[in-house]
Design a protein around this ligand. Sequence first.
Ligand code: CP3
Length: 353
Amino acid sequence: MVNDLLLRAARGEPVERLPVWIMRQAGRYLPEYHKLRAESTFFQMCQCPETASELTMQPVDRFAGLLDAAIIFSDILVIPQALGMHVEMLEGKGPHFPTPLNTPDDLKTLQKNPNISSILGYVMDAISLARTRLENRVPLLGFSGAPWTLMAYMIEGGGSKSFAKAKTWLFRYQEASHELLKLLTKTISVYLVEQVKAGAQMLQIFDSWAGELSPRDFFEFAYPYLVEICNTVKKSLRECRIEPVPMIVYAKGAWYALDKLCDSGYDVVGLDWLQDPAEAVRIRGNRRVTFQGNLDPSILYGSHETIEQRVKEMIEAFGKKDYIINLGHGITPAVKVEDVRFFLEQCHKYGRN
Ligand SMILES: Cc1c2[nH]c(c1CCC(=O)O)Cc1[nH]c(c(CCC(=O)O)c1C)Cc1[nH]c(c(CCC(=O)O)c1C)Cc1[nH]c(c(C)c1CCC(=O)O)C2
């Protein structure tokens, strides 16, 4: 591995410079993304290993020497698809499920034992192809959505403001909710193990809607499943005589759970920008956990002076060890490519040890 800063930081080893990557680094802020996107639908791009691996490479090539990780181009919604649901990506509207789960009776329509390595074989092929293209320049991340976030999409049928339908399940159909969360947990665990077998060197789990839950409900409907996924994936890999890869948990909005997330078994806890870095470091104490994050993605709309100042402050607060620089959520389509480059340069300037 030419540049293994990410893997070393995730394991708590010393680094000569803090690693940096960006959530959603392959995407609509890149003109080269739009070029490929014009030729196919979003999910066609995900399903074509050639295209998905090319999209994975786009930010790594453009910001060569500045980005310390690649993340496989895909989407969290391939899991509902593997369970038999239809999902499309609507222009300017985001994900859409024409027939979302309505009542517990609809659980019958889901595939209970999907053959993940075959149904999502295109993701594993994209991972293997991306590893070949990367030539060990930087590590490749695999990922999955978390059970609660995927459950919310499957019931809401897309994005939501109030999560009224998904919450109706949580508070009216507890048993069915746990049944669905268990099915998702099992499926996601298999999926992540397959990604590692295909070549993923680190894994991130996105619980993007964690912050919609109260602390009480996060600890009933989200946290136990996140822990189970981490344990199951590491155990399954050991049983296959594969060294477990570092795992990142990113539970957006679950600031109240930081203390517990530090005990969840994940090597890295991803933070959004609602967390104060110094306070997060205090809560972690001397536990062996690496933090990742957490610049407000909108800072990239700011002046270079502001970007530089905020990067400097953030690094000072997190410290030069046990830390991976990232944004607090995915980069937005309106950000200018040259401002991303400036951000990455500042991370290099202030992240040196
Ligand atoms: C919630 C979620 C989704 N997908 C994902 C999440 C979790 C991360 C987060 O919280 O942001 C994860 C994701 N989606 C995508 C990646 C690719 C890898 C990367 O570069 O990070 C990753 C890691 C590509 C994508 N996923 C999507 C795009 C844009 C698709 C297009 O070109 O139309 C890309 C590049 C589409 C997508 N996919 C999803 C949404 C809500 C949308 C629409 C976004 C919008 O319209 O603003 C579901």
